[in-house]
Write a protein that binds this ligand. Structure first.
Ligand SMILES: [Zn+2]
Length: 250
């Protein structure tokens, strides 16, 4: 059996996330289906923690994820880590603390491993991507569990991310992933990855088995790979107007 995972969502551009727990869960259930996994990704904030404390459906908290029995879906904690060389996401970290930002990529990778996180290169050839650095420092790929070959908000760079994955996939055991990188409720499930199902009893098993399932995922043509023009435009206008427009011009 396959399960749908959209592990890269921020819910809002800023940390003031939508406060509708049930609505978020209902949308997730509709778009990702039974046993779907929604990743809520902290930036410089604790949006996962804020979300997990909103009132709404009953939930079981296993430390790094919430299970919503009524809908049979999971919400997983993650963080987008900003390094000197670009961004990555680390999912499955225990709730309550964030990894440090603004370090060298190698230091952040080690810190992520020490905390048993699942490490994913995101929008590697878009704004803030670490792709160019990874090309020059191949050996760092051994730290990664997956790479986004499709980021729902990147209006360039996905093709290059796929090419990069095809080039390195025989030398490194990485999964090829498609995620929304959504900044609103309506982007949940815009992109997702159909992973092999797995079972687990606690947060550690969740990480180990999800990591394994991610690494097994080498073929991505059947994943959902929509592009969110509005989400992308909004995100880019707020965060990187100069970079974005110079690319459009070119
Ligand atoms: Zn992101």
């Amino acid at each position: 059996m396959k399960i749908k995972a959209d592990l890269h969502n921020h819910l809002s551009t800023f940390s003031n996330i939508p406060r509708e727990f049930n609505k978020t869960i209902d949308i997730t259930k509709k778009r990702l289906g039974t046993k779907g996994i929604l990743g809520i990704i902290n930036t410089n904030d604790k949006r996962y923690e804020t979300f997990s404390n909103l009132s709404g459906y009953d939930r079981e908290n296993i430390g790094n994820a919430l299970y919503i029995p009524k809908k049979d879906i999971w919400v997983l904690r993650g963080q987008e880590v900003f390094t000197k060389q670009g961004h990555l996401i680390v999912v499955g970290l225990e709730a309550g603390f964030n990894l440090q930002n603004n370090r060298n990529l190698e230091d952040s990778l080690k810190e992520s491993k020490d905390n048993k996180g699942i490490i994913i290169a995101v929008h590697s050839f878009f704004i803030g991507g670490i792709g160019p650095y990874l090309i020059k420092n191949h050996k760092l790929l051994k730290y990664f569990d997956g790479i986004e070959v499709r980021n729902g908000e990147a209006f360039y760079g996905n093709k290059k991310a796929k090419m990069f994955y095809e080039l390195i996939k025989d030398d490194f055991d990485l999964g090829a992933l498609s995620f929304s990188d959504g900044h609103s409720l309506y982007e949940i499930g815009n992109c997702y990855t159909s992973l092999n199902n797995f079972s687990f009893n606690d947060s550690e098993e969740l990480n180990n088995n999800l990591r394994e399932s991610i690494k097994q995922h080498k073929k991505y043509s059947k994943d959902k790979q929509h592009f969110s023009f509005l989400g992308s435009l909004e995100h880019s206008l707020k965060f990187a107007p100069i970079a974005a427009f110079s690319k459009i011009k070119n």
